[in-house]
Write a protein that binds this ligand. Sequence first.
Ligand code: P6P
Length: 331
Amino acid sequence: MSSKTAQELALPVGVTLDRFIMLSQSAFPYATGELSQLLRDIALAGKIINREINRAGLVDIAGGNGTENVQGENQQKLDIVANIRFIRALKNGGEVCAILSEEDEDIIHTGNDQGKYVVAMDPLDGSSNIDVNVSIGTIFSIYRRVTPTGTAATMEDFLQGGRKQIAAGYILYGSSTMLVFSTGEDVNGFTLDQSLGEFILSHKNICSPKSGNIFSVNEGNYYSYLESVQKYLDNCKRKGFSARYIGSLVGDFHRNLLKGGIYLYPSTKKDPKGKLRLLYECYPLAFLAEKSGGKASDGFGAILDIIPTSGHQRSPIFVGSAAMVEEAVKP
Ligand code: P6P
C-alpha cells in the first residue's frame, strides 16, 4: 500500500485543516512548512472576515465607503476591512514578502523580504452583494518569488504566468463558509465549523463534472457579446439548460464546480478585454478548474497560458466543466 493511501486511510472523518496540511506535507516531501503556514494564515484571515461579514448588518461596516478602488469601482466598507485583514494576517505570518491586491494599485511590501512567497488576491469579490445577503468570496493565488530572497519583491514576482502558481483557492462566505484550494495536486474543500473555529475537510478531491446543464452569465450583456457567444447561449436555452447567475463569481464558480456548469464573462463593448482580472480572479479559478478536471479559456486559449503584462489586467473567461467550455469557445 502506498504511503499516500495509508495516509488517506488514516484520515479520520472531520479532519481539520491543520491535520490535513500536516498529512499532505508528509505525503509530498517537496511541500514546505512555509507554504503550510501560509495556508494557515489565509484560513485565519478568512475566519476573521467571516466574523465581520456575519455582523455587517449589525455594525456600521456594510454599504459603500464613498471611495473608489484602483479599478474605479465603488469600494464597500467590507472591501477595505477584508483588505486590511488579509494584509495583516499575511504580514504577521511572515511567509509572504509581497501582496498584489485588487484594492491597491501598487504591490504591498510586507517587510518580510526573507519570505519565499507572494500572494495575488481579491480580498472580497462580489462585495456589492453584501447589503443583500448574497454569497461573496475571497480569491487568492500563490507564487514562489523569483527575485532574490532578502530584496524587495517586484512586479516580476507576480507576472510569472498562471502555470507558475504553486497554490490557489477561494473562501466562500455563503450559507456556510468554505475554504477550497489546491497546492497543485487535487482540489479539497473545508467547511468552517463555527462552534470550533476550525475548517473541517468536507469535500475531498473535488472533481469537476465533465459536463453539466447550468450556465452562468449576465444576460443583460447579450447584445454586446460576439455572435459566437450569442449562438452558444441560444443553444444552452434550446437544450433547456438552467441559467444561474448570482453576480458573485466565487458563488457561481463553486456551484458549477460541484454540480457541473460553465461561468462566462466574455468581452463586451464596455469591457472589450473582459471584466475579470487575470492575476487574482481568472488565474486562480483556472488553476482550480484544471486541477479538478475542468477547463478555463479566454475564448482563444487556456487562461493559464496567457502571458501577463500588468498587475491589474483583465481577461474574458469561460470556466467550468470541460465539455461545456470546449463547446462555448468552439470557433
Ligand atoms: P456584472 C463582481 O463585481 C464580479 O467581479 C464577479 O464576482 C461577478 O461574477 C461579476 O463581477 C458581476 O459583473 O457586470 O454581471 O454585474
